[in-house]
Design a protein around this ligand. Structure first.
Ligand code: FAD
Ligand code: EPU
Length: 341
């Protein structure tokens, strides 16, 4: 069967790949009806949200299911607002929805592209708050049993850009809804750089939201203008000893101490100081304003992006001895692959 359905407008890199079947899903029943037979016949299946964290390296020889289920329910209790949100809701619109109703706690994560259903997968985070800080539970369809399962947040194995959905449940779980707990009274989170200028006693959630939107708009390229998937690499975690050694040899290196005594290095700094800011291979380039972001300058293929990523990894390894790991999911013809195929 030939691949005739374009995926170009469904991935934020704007990669011009195609798939065999493209299905929009609006209900959980439809999700089951479509996905379970494909899983049972071991046919290639890709559940897609906003396509803001994928790289298509080839045409996809299978079915792409677009999650478009909608619905937000709010229950107010004495200690918190409890939200139940369907997977196909847009994350940023959810942040705006809560803010407009005086429900606070998501403002630091404004403007993260993509769907609510994808948020638990890499435990999205920005400006000092991660999804796991507000997660109550995650509900998923287990493709291997056909059952709907609800995991409490503590069972989701959340850590920096990781969860059970990238681990033991990878490919097997389709997230259908998430439960959020937004605690009362609201406590602003002002630890991250540009937010430190605010005063905790006076700041409003709206001010944090506005500031985050402003900083993000200045720093990150708009996928509608310049294709990208946000940070292409995770910020690497190294031991304190390794960090001290690097800091001696590379004054100015940026690292953030973690609770477990490891240090999270700013990969953007490493890439810039390896001399790669603005570096291009064909139409794939390291963004000239934010070196952690790879961009499609127009007409790049997923393979071009992956070749550039491999070059970046090799240079950073050669200069600093630090291994970078790609953040987006690499999709080949029959399923998930890696940077080199
Ligand atoms: P997709 O790209 O559609 O899918 C990503 C992966 O999840 C794929 O493997 C897909 O199969 C799987 N998937 C999607 N939905 C489901 C589901 N319901 N069930 C099971 N599997 C599913 N991320 C951050 O953490 N912080 C940021 O600050 C941030 N900034 C960004 C800025 C820009 C400009 C861009 C383009 C991206 C940024 N990202 C950021 C990355 C991206 O927004 C997140 O990873 C987001 O959660 C992806 O959502 P999506 O719906 O687009 O997922
Ligand atoms: N830096 C440089 N040169 C660069 C880019 C960054 O020196 O070209 C330095 C900055 O000066 C700063 C440090 O690196 O000192 C960190 O930069 P920034 O604050 O922009 O954050 P980041 O580490 O690049 C991370 C997340 C983003 C998230 C922001 C804000 C990862 C992989 N990335 O970026 O998430 O929005 O912090 O919290 O953790 C994403 O995951 O797609 C994403 C965009």
């Amino acid at each position: 069967m030939s691949c005739i359905y374009s995926l170009k407008s469904f991935n934020s890199f704007g990669l011009a790949q195609f798939c065999q079947n493209l299905v929009e899903v609006h209900t959980k029943d439809a999700l089951k009806t479509i996905c379970l037979p494909l899983w049972q016949q071991q046919l290639p299946l890709l559940v897609l949200g906003g396509g803001s964290n994928v790289v298509f390296t080839e045409d996809f020889h299978g079915t792409v299911v677009r999650m478009l289920t909608k619905g937000i329910q709010v229950v107010e209790a004495a200690d918190a607002f409890y939200l139940e949100v369907e997977a196909g809701e847009n994350w940023h619109q959810l942040v705006e929805f809560t803010l407009a109703r005086g429900i606070f706690g998501l403002e630091n994560m404004a403007l993260i592209p993509g769907t609510v259903g994808a948020a638990p997968i890499q435990n999205i985070g920005a400006y000092g708050v991660e999804f796991c800080d507000v997660c109550d539970w995650v509900e998923y369809l287990d493709l291997s049993t056909g059952e709907s399962v609800r995991l409490q947040a503590a069972e989701c194995q959340f850590s920096y850009r990781e969860s059970i959905f990238k681990g033991a449940l990878r490919h097997r779980a389709v997230i259908t809804a998430v439960g959020l707990r937004l605690a009362k009274p609201w406590q602003p989170r002002l630890g991250y750089g540009p937010l430190q200028a605010f005063t905790a006693e006076r700041v409003t959630a709206r001010e944090i939201f506005d500031r985050v939107c402003q900083v993000r708009t200045e720093k990150l390229p708009d996928p509608a203008v310049l294709g990208n998937a946000g940070s292409f690499f995770k910020n690497p975690l190294v031991s304190a000893a390794c960090y001290l050694d690097l800091a001696q040899r590379f004054p100015g290196i940026v690292g953030y101490a973690q609770a477990d005594a490891s240090v999270k290095l700013a990969a953007g700094w490493l890439i810039e100081h390896a001399g790669l800011k603005g570096f291009a291979l064909g139409n794939a380039a390291v963004h000239d304003k934010q070196a952690l972001v790879l961009v499609n300058r127009g007409g790049a293929t997923g393979r071009d992006i992956c070749r550039l990523a491999e070059h970046v990894i090799a240079r950073v390894q050669a200069v600093f001895g630090v291994a970078l790991e790609a953040e987006p999911r690499i999709m080949g013809a029959h399923g998930e692959g890696d940077l080199n195929g």
